[in-house]
Design a protein around this ligand. Structure first.
Ligand SMILES: Cc1cc2nc3c(=O)[nH]c(=O)nc-3n(C[C@H](O)[C@H](O)[C@H](O)COP(=O)(O)OP(=O)(O)OC[C@H]3O[C@@H](n4cnc5c(N)ncnc54)[C@H](O)[C@@H]3O)c2cc1C
Length: 409
């Protein structure tokens, strides 16, 4: 008889796990997926492009319902898991039903962080995480509206771009002294600011929000330095927090996320976590590639093999048309590392490469990102780049011409 396997969360990590598992161990498990959102799993990464009107929302779905049916997966979407009993191994659902499990996988993702400031509950304060948020943004912030985006990271900038394309007058309020400081160095951050401003989006750095003001609806944002900026709507994109309350309440070890080991297993045997809700070696990843890598490793393990997950190299690509930004690995470097920098601000080009022990360990690309994935391959593989070092900054084509195929993945 098939072992009951319950997956909590019907997002990108869960969908990839089911896909990988159905290729490796179809029939071994009776899989049930419980998802709080009232729809089939969709590509959350594309939400920015939907907001910008570049992708129709009908293109979001990851797999059609037939795909799930054909693999015998029971889908319980629009239904939140509310409690877990790890002793009798059951999951309680919001509709009062109970599911038994032999194996359990948390794939509950993250929630947007909402700052503890006055005014957050006002109508017109919106987060940017799921398809409902897009509909709320469209409803609340249209052409001619004055919209503040709090947060100048990847999500905040993508939200600002989408809003500006829809005709809103947008300003980005960012706490730090440069945009996307977790992915870009000072020079690339400054070039990004100029590019964003050239799109008609105002950027206010070192902006610490004190409160969102208004009576009955958003009327403005007050900064801690006393500045008051008028607004009809506020999009908050200051970061995410792993959705781990359910696990914590069940007695599963939780730190910043649900703590897992290299087998992606929690402190309770047979209970796993993958994707943004998981914390592995102290890291909660906020990107989809690590979630996919974790899903593959876990599927293999559930199929009886024993691969281990040792962490992921992070790479980021900003989805703003006409602004090419790519960042991967340790892009700032350290005392023992060296840097190659190619910079031509006049044509909006900047490339930084961090090298340690003849290995590429990180990069920031602005303007020309065409070779981003090739650089990422070099970082991931840890290939010796000594022989292509002279050509590295000029891209794959030049390096390939000069060097053996083994280096040019
Ligand atoms: C606008 C936007 C743009 C992004 N762009 C990029 C990008 O360019 N590149 C990139 O790598 N990443 C990007 N990301 C991040 C990427 O989408 C996430 O890393 C990825 O979705 C994580 O997958 P997940 O399955 O862990 O979480 P999710 O996809 O969030 O899925 C978790 C699901 O679990 C459900 N859930 C939570 N608790 C329960 C419960 N108790 N019961 C039942 N269901 C529950 C949630 O409702 C949700 O549907 C973006 C995210 C957003 C919001």
């Amino acid at each position: 008889m098939s072992e009951p396997l319950v997956v909590i969360g019907n997002g990108m990590a869960a969908a990839r796990l089911c896909d990988e598992l159905s290729r490796r161990a179809l029939g071994r498990y009776a899989v049930a997926v419980v998802g709080a959102e009232p729809r089939l799993a969709y590509n959350r990464v594309l939400l920015s492009s939907v907001l910008a009107g570049e992708v129709p929302s009908s293109d979001l779905e990851l797999k059609p319902s037939k795909w799930w049916r054909d693999r015998g997966i029971t889908l319980r979407y629009g239904c939140r898991a509310t409690a877990i009993d790890t002793t009798v191994r059951t999951v309680m659902l919001a509709d009062g039903q109970t599911l038994e499990f032999s194996k359990l996988v948390f794939a509950t993702g993250s929630q947007p962080i909402r700052p503890a400031i006055p005014g957050m509950a006002l109508p017109g304060v919106i987060t940017f995480r799921d398809i409902n948020d897009i509909w709320t943004i469209w409803h609340r912030a249209g052409a001619g509206d004055r919209v503040m985006v709090i947060g100048g990271g990847l999500l905040g900038l993508e939200a600002a771009y989408g809003l500006a394309k829809a005709g809103a007058r947008v300003a980005v309020l960012h706490l730090m002294d440069r945009l996307m400081e977790r992915q870009l160095d000072t020079q690339a951050g400054a070039m990004l600011k100029r590019a964003v401003e050239a799109m008609g989006i105002e950027v206010i750095l070192n902006a610490d929000t004190a409160e969102i003001s208004g009576s009955g609806r958003v009327e403005g944002v007050m900064l801690k330095d006393g500045r008051m900026i008028e607004a009809n709507a506020v999009v908050v994109a200051i970061g995410i927090r792993a959705s781990a309350d359910l696990a914590r309440a069940a007695g599963i070890a939780v730190n910043r996320g649900i703590v897992v080991d290299d087998a992606l297993e929690t402190n309770i045997a047979g209970i796993h976590a993958i994707g943004e809700c998981a914390e592995h070696r102290g890291i909660c990843y906020g990107l989809v590639e690590p979630a996919h890598e974790q899903a593959r490793v876990l599927a293999e393990r559930l199929a009886g093999r024993e691969p281990r997950y040792s962490g992921s190299v992070l790479a980021t690509n900003l989805k703003v048309s006409g602004v090419n930004v790519f960042s991967a690995g340790d892009f700032l470097g350290h005392e023992a590392s060296e840097e190659i920098i190619l910079s031509d601000p006049g044509v909006g080009l900047y490339k930084r490469f961090v090298i340690a022990d003849d290995r590429l360990t990180g990069t920031v690309l602005f303007g020309d990102t065409a070779d981003g994935l090739w650089y990422l391959d070099l970082i991931r593989s840890g290939a010796d780049i000594d022989r292509i070092r002279d050509d590295l900054a000029f891209g794959r084509a030049l390096a390939e011409r000069a060097q053996p195929a083994s280096l040019v993945a």
